[in-house]
Design a protein. Structure first.
Length: 210
């Protein structure tokens, strides 16, 4: 993440007073805030690449925050969601939290509680983005392997030693050793444990023929 990708709080509430007061609170804490009266306007707004979260009113004019929560992941929107509402009930809050909401606030809420929850949400999203970037880098390494090197890697992460791999692939142990060395180098792995971890992160299965 760079300075060009600030942490952003997106606020969606059709109550103008809430947008103004909450927006002012968050900006006074050094956060970048983008406020919208509807989900439609929020969705059409270009999103920043850095860590972000969404503070969303459950009930909007003609829109339902809980329904949006269910559809958000399907549309590729993975930022944490914090709900706010003036009409909460236990069933509603349980439903939101089970679906993955970061927090559920009933108006009026304590400013510090909101600030703390947003800080946690932004930290959580920063971790998600870091993990995605790490996996993307591992994918680039894996894509650089030749088909034979990928096959050797699949045997290695399955726990086979060079002699066993040579028998399976009908190669000499020397060739297996060469391919194995190239796999370790291209995957930037200093140990088999690290190679296995990277294979797991990519969802690359151990050799299916074993």
């Amino acid at each position: 993440m760079s300075a060009a990708d600030p942490r952003v709080v997106y606020l969606v509430d059709d109550d103008e007073d809430i947008c103004l007061s909450l927006g002012s609170l968050l900006r006074s804490s050094g956060l970048h805030v983008e406020a919208f009266p509807s989900l439609r306007e929020f969705l059409s707004f270009p999103k920043q690449a850095g860590p972000s979260c969404l503070v969303l009113d459950v009930r909007l004019r003609g829109e339902n925050g809980l329904t949006f929560q269910q559809e958000a992941a399907k549309s590729g929107l993975h930022m944490p969601i914090l709900f706010i509402t003036g009409y909460a009930d236990i069933e509603m809050s349980v439903r939101a939290m089970k679906a993955g909401a970061q927090e559920f606030f009933t108006k009026p809420f304590r400013d510090q509680d909101m600030l703390d929850a947003i800080a946690q949400a932004l930290t959580r999203d920063a971790a998600r983005l870091a993990a995605e970037q790490s996996i993307a880098a591992i994918r680039v390494c894996y894509d650089s392997l030749t088909p034979r090197e990928r096959e050797v890697m699949s045997y290695v992460v399955a726990g086979l030693v060079n002699k066993e791999i040579a028998l399976q692939m009908e190669l000499s142990e020397i060739m297996v050793k060469i391919h194995r060395g190239r796999v370790m180098k291209k995957m930037a792995s200093r140990s088999i444990a690290d190679l296995v971890r990277k294979a797991d992160a990519l969802g690359v299965p151990a050799n299916p023929n074993r």
